[in-house]
Design a protein. Structure first.
Length: 155
């Protein structure tokens, strides 16, 4: 009987520790937004924070397909919008690459043990919409799409 009680107490302690660990995890995840980023001054991302933590890759992948196959750019869910909002700035006011050690994307992906290959192709600091069009034109032969011209705002 004493052995059963001991196991029960140990299981209760284990459950309590895991519960506290979950709360600490939630706090740590929120700490990835860097104070010098635009995101630090906002209450939410383009979608609620919890939704973005779990589903941002699906939104980015969907927008990728819309852009590559449909030529649709400028959505709230495009990766260039993520970079421009979440990028941090150094003491001289220059943007720090978002996938550099200690930066938003890399920190969260390392914490979650998830490989990040977005920036094999995408800019790691804000470069503006014109840069996106240059890259799209340079890679048009890969997708079979026509080069995309400047947006109305860029003309």
């Amino acid at each position: 009987m004493a052995e059963v009680m001991t196991k029960g107490v140990l299981l209760a302690l284990l459950a309590a520790v895991l519960g506290v660990g979950s709360a600490a995890y939630a706090e740590e995840v929120g700490d990835f937004v860097l104070p010098s980023s635009k995101a630090a001054s906002l209450e939410n991302c383009v979608e609620p924070t919890e939704y973005m933590r779990r589903n941002h890759f699906e939104l980015i992948r969907h927008q990728r397909d819309e852009t590559v196959y449909g030529g649709i750019r400028g959505s709230d869910h495009g990766i260039s919008g993520c970079v421009s909002c979440h990028v941090a700035y150094d003491d001289s006011g220059s943007p720090v690459e978002i996938n550099a050690e200690g930066q938003f994307c890399r920190s969260c992906h390392a914490y979650a043990s998830v490989e990040m290959n977005c920036f094999d192709c995408h800019a790691t600091v804000p470069r503006g919409e014109a840069w996106n069009h240059e890259v799209a034109a340079a890679h048009a032969h890969l997708t079979g799409s026509a080069p995309v011209g400047p947006t109305a705002a860029e003309r």
